[in-house]
Design a protein around this ligand. Structure first.
Ligand code: PMP
Length: 458
């Protein structure tokens, strides 16, 4: 099943224009939809759970800006807060009261946090958290997990070398070999590999960095005990544990995945929901570590738009709407959606595995839980792509890559979920018989698209 021809649409015309002035027609790779073998839709507006494209087509949106929009699009209170802030001036490059309030809100939600330093993107926050960890420990090596994404920081755009190599190699041209070489990559959910890597690199290890619920290889939750092992292994060699809660923070629970899993990191990276759809992110932790940051301490880091008043206003309005009832509702919505998708797949005889945590899910086109990046990559990505195209043709906008999570929001009401499940059932039927076949793009190109776009956005 392929989508209707796009050539005579406004989206197609905009894309053709965009290709002349934006590399690949977009400002971030996954948006181009290459991994699902079609051209992107240009979005004109959004309200609640819905977006409207440049041609007036409506979609139930499960990208939701890749996570920030936990209240859906254009929530009136968030919009009003931003408008009020903008009317008072958009940026000062001097302290404002809102930044203090937002830091207090974050510290109230995260027991591991006493102090917060805001940045404009998650990438900046993780780059800066690594600098702090290196300064504090006087060490340089970072351990990360295969398939995890922490922004496009040079040293973290690394992949495992082959054979017995333990140093990372650049995952993109332009990444210095020396930057990647300071990164050790270990398969997620593999206790033996983790122990071995920590034993080998122990004295050089500045930090273990992990998404507590990795969501950039699709959602691949930790097996029982694995997060506790991260804490134990970091402590064993005097390295810091950095949890990247850019996706999970303020989403899976009030205090993020660390609250749900009862694990205390040394530093936390945050973003997305924190900025309520405007550019804001942060790294945060106990005073003893955070006071190493300039001007309190000697570790340099700065930003022209850090703590921007509009972003702070959007973040504060967003967090204040997130009470216990909101989290209960988001969990319920996620479960309804996940169960419905499982049922729809089963009815069509399609083997899928749906992973879920509150506020996140991934429909893996494979039998059984993936467990790690290799497992996620072994999904039938051609079939996922065909299903996504069929969903788009039926008014549902899924994450256009097998390696991304769905972001249901608090605006996804019963009607939105019902519409989604009806479309999903039809889409599973529509792709039955074209198993693994992609009408427009050969699978090598799809794999290439998936690789180049994996984890770069969500
Ligand atoms: N960490 C995680 C877990 C992410 O998912 C992302 C982006 N999706 C980032 C860091 C980087 O954030 P940003 O895109 O704001 O730079």
């Amino acid at each position: 099943m392929s989508s209707p021809p796009l050539n005579d649409t406004r989206s197609a015309a905009l894309y053709a224009e965009a290709l002349r002035v934006l590399p690949g027609g977009v400002n971030s790779p996954v948006r181009a939809m290459r991994a699902i073998g079609r051209d992107p839709l240009f979005v004109a507006s959004g309200a609640g759970a819905e977006i409207v494209d440049a041609d007036g087509n409506r979609y139930v949106d499960y990208v939701c800006s890749w996570g920030p929009l936990i209240h859906g699009h254009a929530h009136p209170e968030v919009v009003a807060a931003v408008a009020e802030a903008a009317a008072r001036g958009t940026s000062f490059g001097a302290p404002t009261a809102g930044e203090v309030e937002l830091a207090e809100e974050v510290a109230a939600r995260f027991p591991s946090v006493e102090m917060v330093r805001m940045t404009s993107s998650g990438t900046e926050a993780s780059m800066s958290a690594l600098r702090l960890a290196r300064a504090v420990t006087g060490r340089e090596t970072i351990l990360k997990f295969a398939g995890a994404y922490h922004g496009h920081v040079d040293g973290l755009l690394a992949e495992a070398g082959s054979g017995l190599a333990t140093q990372g190699i650049p995952a993109s041209p332009g990444v210095p070999a020396a930057a990647a070489a300071e990164t050790v990559i270990v398969p997620w959910n593999d206790p033996e590999a983790l122990r071995e890597a920590v034993a080998r690199h122990g004295e050089r290890l500045a930090a273990i960095v992990a998404e507590p619920y990795p969501a950039n290889m699709g959602l691949v939750p930790p097996r029982p005990g694995f997060l506790a092992l991260l804490r134990e292994q970091a402590d064993a060699v005097g390295a810091l544990l950095i949890l990247d809660e850019v996706i999970t923070g303020f989403r899976v629970a009030r205090g993020g995945a660390q609250a749900r899993e009862q694990i205390r990191p040394d530093l936390t990276i945050m973003g997305k929901v924190l900025g309520g759809g405007l550019p804001a992110a942060a790294y945060a932790g106990p005073r003893a570590l955070m006071e190493r940051i300039a001007p309190a301490g000697d570790v340099y880091q700065a930003g022209t738009l850090s703590g921007n008043p509009l972003a702070v206003a959007a973040g504060l309005a967003t967090l204040r709407l997130l009470d216990d009832a909101a989290y209960a509702r988001l969990e319920e919505t996620t479960t309804r959606l996940a169960d419905g998708l499982r049922d729809a797949a089963a009815a069509a005889g399609r083997a899928v595995h749906v992973e879920q945590v509150p506020g996140l899910l991934t429909v893996f086109f494979r039998d059984g839980a993936p467990g790690d990046y290799a497992g996620a990559a072994a999904s039938d990505r051609d079939a996922y792509a065909a299903w996504c195209r069929a969903l788009l043709a039926r008014g549902v906008y899924p994450p256009p890559s097998q390696f991304e999570a769905w972001f249901p929001s608090l605006a996804h009401d019963d009607a939105a979920i019902e519409r989604t499940l009806a479309a999903a059932a039809e889409a599973f039927e529509a792709i039955a018989g074209s198993l693994g076949q992609s009408p427009r793009i050969p699978s090598e190109d799809l794999a290439q698209g998936a690789r180049s776009s994996r984890g770069v956005e969500g």
